[in-house]
Write a protein that binds this ligand. Sequence first.
Ligand code: 13P
Length: 249
Amino acid sequence: MRRKLIAGNWKMNGSFASNEALLSDLRAGLGSDVACEVLVCAPAPYLMQCADLLSDSDIAWGAQDVSVHISGAYTGEVSAAMLADCSCSYVIIGHSERRAYHGELNELVAQKTLRALASGLKPIVCVGETLEQRESGLTNAVVRAQLQAVLDVIEADALADLVVAYEPVWAIGTGKTATPQMAQEVHAVLRQQLALKNVTSAANVRILYGGSMKPDNAQELLAMPDIDGGLIGGAALKAADFLAIVRAA
Ligand code: 13P
């Protein structure tokens, strides 16, 4: 049985003051019997704030990107070892915003995944098609190619630490959501592909849905057999909304 993971992707939002308020509301609202795993992915300057405010809680924290390099003269980059130093558990890799605005290609995403795994971080590898690709019938081919690049470089036993997030680009920040059936179809394709790497481990890999997940659609999405959680943008910035999604999981 896969334990669901509800992950907030704060993107480039927040401040010390607003994070403190959000995290304190999340802690207060979460209670002690949370069925799912809860994670917040904060901008790098706030990871130690998360460590300070969450270390004695049931909420984990993680980063939104990682450098492909180990260390050295790479101005502005943040290494996997540094994220591990901040006690991050997870790191988002290959988000569509990184792919679109920073030219990240499948091979780079795969190499970053290796770096994360080597430092003991659990990578959340994002895949997803654009509207144009969906309308051209390319959805499965696109997400398969994105996932395959990662599967080609990792060891089969690394599947134990891998999380995949299906985020249709057209659903991100737009208020448009894939229907539960549309999302489930893609999640099943991804699960089949993971099984080609290792059948037993593939059954345990969490595949998250992301793209305008909100309190009012979370329950039906999370009820699908291969949807094992959510990667949440906008709604993760409001404690009440994020908590409602956590309760739906
Ligand atoms: P929204 O929930 O704002 O659509 O963002 C989804 C996302 O990109 C999470 O990584």
